[in-house]
Design a protein around this ligand. Structure first.
Ligand code: GLY
Ligand code: MN
Ligand code: MN
Length: 467
């Protein structure tokens, strides 16, 4: 199926163990569908197919139009049967015997018979389809309407299935960690290539192309739309057609996903001309210190909200030292000073999805009984669970000068004159800095999966200059 020498393949035994683990905690029938490729303009010209992550967790292959049926202690793969026309246009499909052997499922049947098989069962649970085309198809198989993006309002058997899948996918097994290590290593290489390709006048596209090129050469897709921009203050800037000039900082939030779909998520912010200015370097070091302290806090048993608070505190302390904020740190944090410059959460769980299992709403990210805070900034925290060995999270504090925030009286009033706008003016060449790594929680603390990528300012400068 693949010939990429350096890409790990999840062993059949690991897939069997995952399916058994699900069956041992969820005994009702359940259909986990891979999905359908959406058409760009007509069906024979589709967008690249990316299977649903829950399906990939149990099957590790992006099989369009397939589904797994969990029932009566067994797992049946419902797959497209081999067809002579497919052999002409797309190459031959594997036989059902070959599929059963490769995946270690109990049985393989034609997906054409799925509606009839599923129709003979009561209360078949499923998980939210990723798009409308898949939702229509799954609704037809189940004989009831399921909606795309319905993860925030799951009920009954669907909610019970989601909870069983969440408890499995929250804690990564060895095969999952191997996939994430691969995605991390390729993404580290992509960032180095991006740093080397960046120069004044080359434009954001030169950096973007160099990074995506590394993914494609390793059989990886983008795990999410790459952010490659000199406007780091626009948090999800997906255009990369801007000019790059000496004095700009370039923020690259770029991660690849392994051929089996496992994600990496890395951000670095580097100087286009090869040297941070004094003001850029000062803020960069504040963000780096916040990231280091947050990573040190990400240990087993620690509540992730505390990790977020650790990053906020480090940022506010650093900004007080630079004279941008004035006053006592606890009071500044209480008055919302951190969110003025760091208006998002410190990170999220990561796995098969970059924001892992966000299709299930906050069910995955928030422990039962915990809810999002209301305060600006904290409200965007995507994770509030106690960390445990085997979980993987990102740690990604930042500093941004977002004009719409700094001009918003409702957000700045509580800080008032303790936001020293005259001092802040000396840092005008810092629009946005974020530093993001992927962290696996271990028995003894944690391991930074993306730790091979430089983040010390002088080391980053050296890579940019080496291009
Ligand atoms: N790349 C999206 C994020 O950092 O959450
Ligand atoms: Mn992230
Ligand atoms: Mn990111």
């Amino acid at each position: 199926m693949r010939d990429q020498a350096d890409c790990p393949v999840t062993p059949k035994a690991a897939l069997i163990a995952r399916r058994r683990a699900l069956l041992s905690t969820f005994d009702g029938p359940a259909l986990v569908a891979a999905g359908r490729a959406p058409a760009r303009n007509y069906p024979a010209n589709p967008y690249g197919f990316r299977a649903n992550s829950h399906f990939l967790y149990f099957a590790a292959r992006p099989m369009e139009g397939a589904a797994l049926l969990f029932h009566d202690g067994k797992c049946t793969l419902l797959a497209q049967p081999p067809d002579p026309e497919d052999a002409l246009w797309h190459g031959p499909r594997p036989t059902f015997e070959a599929l059963a052997d490769a995946l270690g499922v109990d049985d393989v049947k034609s997906v054409g018979d799925a509606a009839q098989i599923v129709g003979s069962l009561d209360d078949v649970a499923t998980l939210p389809p990723q798009d409308e085309a898949t939702a229509r198809w799954v609704s037809g198989l189940l004989g009831r309407t399921v909606t795309a993006g319905g993860g925030a309002s799951l009920e009954g058997v669907d909610a019970a299935l989601a909870d069983a899948v969440i408890s499995l996918r929250l804690v990564h097994d060895e095969a999952a960690v191997a996939q994430m290590r691969f995605a991390a290593a390729v993404s580290v290489e992509a960032h180095r290539a991006g740093m080397r390709a960046t120069r004044p006048g080359a434009g954001e596209q030169a950096t973007y192309a160099a990074m995506v090129d590394v993914f494609r050469r390793h059989g990886c897709e983008d795990a999410y739309p790459p952010i490659v921009t000199v406007h780091g203050e626009v948090l999800h800037q997906h255009a990369h057609d801007g000019a790059t000039a000496d004095g700009d900082l370039l923020l690259a939030d770029v991660g690849g996903e392994s051929p089996e779909g496992w994600a990496a998520d890395i951000t670095r912010t580097w100087p286009v001309g090869g040297s941070y200015s004094g003001s850029q370097r000062a803020i960069y070091d504040v963000v780096l210190e916040a990231q280091r302290r947050a990573i040190a806090a990400a240990t087993p048993g620690r509540r992730y909200r505390d990790v977020h608070e650790t990053a906020k505190r480090a940022l506010v302390e650093g900004l007080v030292e630079l004279g941008i904020l004035r006053g006592e740190v606890d009071g500044l944090i209480e008055r919302g000073a951190a969110a003025l410059f760091f208006p998002h959460g410190v990170g999220h769980i990561i796995g098969l999805d970059v924001h892992d299992m966000e299709d299930l709403g906050d069910r995955a990210g928030y422990a039962p009984g915990r809810e999002r805070a209301e305060a600006f900034g904290d409200a965007f925290l995507r994770l509030d669970r106690d960390l445990a060995p085997g979980m993987a999270v990102t740690i990604e504090p930042g500093f941004y000068q977002v004009p719409g925030i700094l001009a918003d009286e409702r957000l700045t009033a509580a800080v008032g004159d303790d936001l020293r706008r005259d001092a802040l003016a000396a840092f005008a060449d810092v629009r946005g800095i974020r530093i993001e790594d992927d962290v696996l929680i271990t028995d003894g603390g944690n391991e930074v999966l993306t730790g091979a990528l430089a983040k010390e300012a002088s080391e980053v400068e050296a890579i940019v200059r080496s291009g």
